[in-house]
Design a protein around this ligand. Structure first.
Ligand code: AGP
Length: 610
């Protein structure tokens, strides 16, 4: 997903622009560029990492107190200098950076070509620069030209523009892709997310859909696409920029794996009145009577968040006796789903900006359903469009591979399920209190597992050259088999499949050889003996077994090649423990292979395009 940074104020723009881009690197990109105004409009672009662009500009003294910058995750046109942002118009009077996709760009490009505009890139974004040129000729006013331009665009776009004609302002807008404005003293900022701005300000304005901001050094004005002025709230962000630093860890992902005990505690602590065992959700906006009236629940998400949703489904079924579907957002948004006003959609998203998840939310709301967001980023689009919000308190998650966001999402779904079970009276008081007590023990149990971090290295070293893995789990741990496989895939590029253990004999068993390690979650469960028979099926075909289990689960030694013992807990909470060694294995294997763990190839931290 692309990254945008803009600055105007009393300092030289170039340093602030580069610092901002560096803090957006985690979003994933393949090229970058900046544009500044210092009498003339100058542009510098490079394929590859930001450091390559830095090497280009370090030889030049770049003055100018206004500028925009961009990291590009290629959608239209391969990574190249010409396709890198910022893009110019024919006469180099406008510079534009963009995050999103302009779906009608070809039609607009054809129109502009007939008007003799010369294009220098394959991108959709470049049409914006030429439209500005066209409408500035008609209006000789930057803001008017911008309004006319934005109204012509169809698709998802966060745009940031500067112009030589009016070098004292940045004009930006959002439609489907996030933009946040940072307020300083005699300086103002704009970026794709707050992480780029935290070193300079905590005071933010979040643009809403179809809003335009006109940013000068001493003021910010916000309008709709018709030029009607909007009053916007200023949100003070309490994330400390250092929270997002790597500290002594080699990668953000490793830091975030080790942060899980603390952030799970934080996620519980601000929602639980421990003395009375009351669960409190401050932004739920859904009444007890509503929860009693719900007909069906749709949990909708993507990737790792969907795995958390799948566990949430098991919780709501088990604790609340509810009818629940856990749907993949990119499928849900195009299905003929019989969702209605008596149904609840729960959208889970770390970033709150995932295009498919937002589309699913909007579809369900349009069909009359109530909506609840489980999200990690305050002020994100999802949290501003859902009826109610439950925040995970994972803090900034920088590693593209989600770890602490996942475990805090599962924690929230566990608390929400107990909350609803209490309202619907589908759980006894004793069981409810016991389930809360067991949850409070989880952070320390995760610490206990992570104490064995180094002993897992031998296992990772043994297996880091295998080309295929199979992950198996049942019931609450079936989603963990999926999650463990995804973690390995996305950071080590090794092929791995997650499967419900019971599905083995329906196909995957044909794959079993000594070349295909099988990671199987065999924790204490009401169906342990079923998992043990799956182990026997694997061993009978000379498969290699890596077994995640508990001390007192009775598994014959000849079925286990490598054993990872977890602390005991109640079965519903076992996913919060069984996922930890799988995160560590994926991380260590990827690190042994020298992979770019925090920014895996082709991946973005939040997929804001479909
Ligand atoms: C997980 O490790 C991936 N980064 C990816 O699957 C991610 O979970 C998915 O894109 C959803 O992102 P979101 O939680 O921000 O919506």
């Amino acid at each position: 997903m692309c990254g945008i940074v803009g600055y105007i104020g009393n300092k030289r723009a170039v340093k602030i622009l580069f610092n901002g881009l560096k803090r957006l690197e985690y979003r994933g990109y393949d090229s970058s560029g900046i544009a500044v105004i210092n009498d003339k409009l100058e542009r510098f672009r490079s394929v590859g990492k930001i450091n390559e662009l830095l090497q280009k500009v370090n030889k030049i003294k770049i003055l100018g107190n206004i500028g925009i910058a961009h990291t590009r995750w290629a959608t239209h046109g391969k990574p190249s200098n010409e396709n890198s942002h910022p893009h110019f118009d024919c006469a180099n009077n406008f510079a534009v950076v963009h995050n999103g996709i302009i779906e009608n760009y070809q039609e607009l490009k054809n129109e502009l070509l007939t008007e003799n505009h010369k294009f220098t890139s394959e991108t959709d974004t470049e049409v914006v620069a030429h439209l500005l040129e066209k409408y500035y000729k008609e209006t000789t006013n930057f803001f008017e030209a911008a309004k006319l331009t934005f109204k012509r665009l169809i698709g998802s776009f966060a745009l940031c523009i500067i112009s030589k004609y009016e070098p004292n302002k940045i004009i930006c807008c959002r439609e489907g892709s996030p933009l946040v404005l940072g307020l300083g003293k005699s300086e103002n900022f704009v970026a794709s997310d707050i992480l780029a701005l935290l070193p300079y300000t905590r005071n933010m304005i979040f643009l809403d859909e179809k809003e335009i901001a006109v940013i000068s050094a001493d003021k910010i004005e916000v309008f709709d696409f018709n030029g009607v002025k909007h009053t916007k709230a200023i949100t003070e962000i309490n994330w400390d920029a250092i929270l997002a630093e790597k500290k002594e860890y080699k990668h953000y992902m490793l830091k975030e794996i080790f942060e899980q005990p603390d952030v799970i505690f934080e996620t519980i602590d601000n929602k639980l009145d421990e003395e009375n065992y009351n669960i409190i959700f401050n932004h739920l906006n859904l009444t007890n009577d509503y929860f009693k009236s719900i007909n069906k629940v749709y949990i909708v998400a993507c990737g790792t968040a969907w795995h958390a949703g799948l566990i949430g489904k098991y919780y709501l079924e088990e604790f609340c006796n509810m009818y629940v579907e856990a749907a993949i957002a990119s499928e849900f948004r195009y299905r003929n789903v019989p969702i209605s006003k008596n149904d609840l959609i729960i959208v889970i998203s770390q970033s709150g900006e995932t295009a498919d998840s937002l589309a699913a939310l909007r579809k369900a709301k349009k069909l009359g359903a109530k909506s609840l967001a489980v999200c990690n980023v305050r002020g994100s689009t999802l949290t501003r469009e859902a009826d109610g919000v439950i925040y995970t308190n994972a803090g900034p998650e920088i590693g593209v591979a989600s770890t602490k966001a996942f475990t805090t999402q599962v924690t929230v779904m566990y608390l929400l399920s107990l909350y609803i079970a209490k309202i619907k009276n589908t759980i006894s008081d004793d069981k409810y209190k016991n389930y809360i007590d067991e949850l409070l023990l989880i952070p320390n149990k995760i610490r206990e597992i992570l104490e064995d971090y180094n002993s897992l290295k031998d296992l990772s070293l043994t297996f880091h050259n295998f080309k295929n893995f199979l992950y198996l789990g049942r019931h609450f741990n079936y989603p963990i088999a999926l999650e463990g496989a995804l973690k390995l895939k996305e950071i080590s590029y090794i092929h791995a499949e997650g499967y419900a253990s019971g599905e083995m004999k329906h196909g995957p068993i044909a794959l079993i050889t000594e070349e295909m390690p099988v990671v199987i979650i065999a924790v204490k469960s009401f169906i342990s003996e079923k998992v043990i028979s799956n182990l026997q099926e694997v061993k009978a075909r000379d498969g290699i077994t890596i077994v995640i289990t508990n001390e007192d689960v009775d598994i014959p030694d000849d079925l286990i090649d490598y054993k990872i013992i977890l602390p005991d807990t109640i079965e519903p909470l076992s996913p919060l423990l069984s996922v930890i060694p799988l995160q560590v294995l994926a991380y260590q294997i990827a690190d042994f292979l020298g992979c770019d763990v925090d920014q895996p190839r082709n991946l973005a931290k939040s997929v804001t395009v479909e």
